[in-house]
Design a protein around this ligand. Structure first.
Ligand code: SF4
Length: 82
């Protein structure tokens, strides 16, 4: 993922994975590919840093979470109802 921090990227579990696995077309949800991405993220040594870096991002899978899941997490962190 070329737009991610380069230092972080070199240690990621997704290095070499297809970019569209982590930045899928939002108009064409694919549960199977989402689970593939989540499985890669589950073993990633920089997962927490990735999620922190991607919390404000509106697109893509960051730290194993979708944009919607990150929005819910942001609301929870702010103490708002989900
Ligand atoms: S948590 Fe997932 S998207 Fe983030 S760097 Fe690791 S494998 Fe890539």
């Amino acid at each position: 993922m070329a737009d991610r921090d380069d230092t972080l990227y070199r240690r990621t579990a997704c290095a070499g994975a297809p970019v569209d696995l982590f930045f899928p077309d939002p108009t064409r949800p694919d549960a199977q590919r989402l689970e593939q991405a989540r499985a890669i993220c589950a073993d990633c040594p920089v997962r927490e840093a990735c999620l922190a870096a991607g919390m404000a991002e509106e697109h893509g899978i960051w730290g194993g979470l979708t944009p919607r899941e990150r929005r819910v997490l942001r609301r929870k962190q702010r103490g708002e109802a989900a």
